[in-house]
Design a protein. Sequence first.
Length: 889
Amino acid sequence: MREGTANIVRREDYLAPAYWIRTVDLTFDLDAAKTIVASKLFIERNLEQMEQPLRLHGEDLNLLRVLVDGQSVSFRHEDGMLVIDAPQQSAFTLEIRNTVAPEKNTQLSGLYASGSGLFTQCEAEGFRRITYFLDRPDVMAVYTVTLRGDKQKYPVLLSNGNLLEQGDLDNGRHFAKWHDPFRKPSYLFALVAADLVAREQRVRSRSGRDHLLQVFVKRGDLEKTEHAMNSLVASMIWDEHRFNLPLDLERFMIVAVDDFNMGAMENKGLNIFNTKYVLASAATATDADFDGIESVVGHEYFHNWTGNRITCQDWFQLSLKEGLTVFRDQEFSMDMAGSASARAVRRIGDVRSLRERQFPEDAGPMSHPVRPDAYQAIDNFYTATVYEKGSEVVRVIHTLVGQQGFAAGMALYFQRHDGFAVTCDDFAQAMADANPYSPLAHNLDVFKRWYSQAGTPRLTARGEYNAANATFTLYLSQHNPALPGQNDKLPQLLPVAVGLLARDGTALPLQLAGEDHAVGTDRVLVMTEAQHTFTFVNVQADCVPSLLRGFSAPVVLDDGLTDADLLVLMAHDTDAFNRWEAGQRLALNRIRAALNSDAPAALDDAFIEAMRAVLNDTRLDPAFKELALLLPSEVYVADQVTGIDPQRLHSVREAMVDQLATALHAEWEAAFAANQVRAGYKPDAVQSGQRALANLALTMLVRHASLTGDTVWPGRAYQRFKDASNMTDRLGALEALVNSHSELAQPALDRFHALFRHEALVLDKFFMLQGRAPEKDGRVFARIKQLMQHPDFTLTNPNRARSLLFALTAGNPAAFHRTDAAGYVFWADMVITLDTLNPQLASRFARALDRWTNLAEPYRSAAREAIARVSAKADLSSDTREIIDRALA
Ligand code: PHE
Ligand code: ZN
């Protein structure tokens, strides 16, 4: 929708609808050029609301006729809505006939064409692009849907629920009629009409019911659906086991589509997925891709309860379903990972992504609470804050009430609200009521500040050991930074998981003053105020506090620990997350120091020896070693520093990586040799950890070769690239060559392209890999611009557009932030171009300059100029307009 004036929706303005839609009967005559939609709605006036005209949402529709109880009525269009004067009866039937043009729908919201098929995407406000409706999540109805279309073009006709009937029609057409017995909001409606094939599996749930699971893909892709199907079955078992939530449908369908704005969509009984999260084979997908499929299949499946059975009252409550469902998929993935170490590796990955995506968001112009208060375009609020921070907030509850208490809270939540559209407050209340003696129940109002306050809390900790009294006193204080529109912020509820380590690494028993005995070596302190003091008694040795174990709250921690303290944690902490974190902190301190000095960056021996010790430690899993050996990313560091110079940061970090490549050469060789997987390919935690470490080692070895001029390791990498039996190894070897700008990179890339030119998802990798290669003398940026002209590149497929554009802006700061501003000029051009095609994609891309005020000169002024140029475009979509306005505010 294009509109000149800002149209802001506010949470405080929420009013229940003036009408309820009880049943929906839709008939589609499907055609890519022109689809006819006939809608018959049974509507009741909401007697609790003042009598008022019926106002229906509608966007890009061509209206043919409107009947109330079979009679034509007068109607008008007002503010983009269809307005019908209040019918006399309090209950009536409304019939609407309209047409839409799927093949012209490049926004991919509503009914659109992808390849030769037709697909829908209705969340958040896409249903109004199909027909006129009360397109809001608190209006829930029972749907019956008839699809009619050409049998050859569209042999498969799907919608939500159960298939009632199907059969042939005249002129080579056929039909299918579907009925969904569950009341649902319009955003969960879906239809698919396409030439697809399905992998099918019948399963019996614990309750004894039989279900049909189907994964629909294009012909030829069937053998790439095994992992998705296995993940679906595993999700089903897990949700029944962990939360007692069984599958409530006879049939559960997943459909893969090439063109999709997001990862996937949880439409009731008919999930629609980006192909990226369905298709995988050892030859075409990496270990990370396999993990992504497992977690997204889980995520969408878990929405069937958290999202669909209980949905959101309004879009401000989005995190009610998304934060909770991300939490559930993260727990699922951790349970699937197996060992404690594999769980920690998952947790580290989740926290890394929170810090790289959500922390900067919360410090920039798009900062918003987990439950936002206002928006211009709701599509802009499918954010890391609503999803990932929302999940951390659910995890805070989990930490406060424990796994059993949490399960009890979930049970009460469903007992109270099943079948309804509710709020974040309702969820927190159910959790508190199910756990009346928990710190959550005692401090529910303090807890709920997580929903209302934006920004990342800062937690400061200082410890003091008193040998004479054998006490260790911990002073904790929190600070919640002011943000525009949020000045006087109150303390939040922070669970701080702690342990104390003696300097020899022994875990000390934890006994707080006033307690008569120690309670283990690991416990949770609860902060509800700005400052707390905790005194541990009977502490027999000086110690190092290990704080915020497992990242027990989404905060920035300043614990004041010295290098010596961090080295103790890195070597001995029983909490794997904090072992990793200690190493990252040591590295961050060094990067910071180098940024503040003009001298060439150099790592000290203590740090290098600590890294060597990690690589040599036979008790550590390869997956953990790989994470520990990676220096904090440029994206993360940039968020931790004010007035960042991305070029200086890049050269500092690159110099340090070079040093690790050189100083640990022997260890890298050993790690590469020791981590060759001989068994058949399995994307499990053990094998993928070995491959990850072998790939990192190879990258380091080829990097080292590029410094010395040696040709042995580049040659080996090329050989490995050619001979690889799976995509993880092949891509790892290719990346080692590309990232070190080896002469063998181009021949390898050519070969890679030739091998996979018919595999869309692998071509995405081909572009992405080149887009995120470490910048060197502007070559990577030049290559990206060249690749825009590649015959396989297109902006109309979101995955492909992202593969190059987002690789540059989100994954390659040094290629993007240039002293000559060429990166920003390119960005502005692309935002403007994309906005005419696909506003959701454009506004996401626009966010690449969110943090422009944190840049040093000359970047800062140049970025501002580029943003201003986009802002000067009069006809931006409301999506992009909102991002640009906020950036300049
Ligand atoms: N609700 C989807 C999910 O989180 C995401 C989505 C939002 C997809 C909007 C499409 C459009 O699973
Ligand atoms: Zn979701």
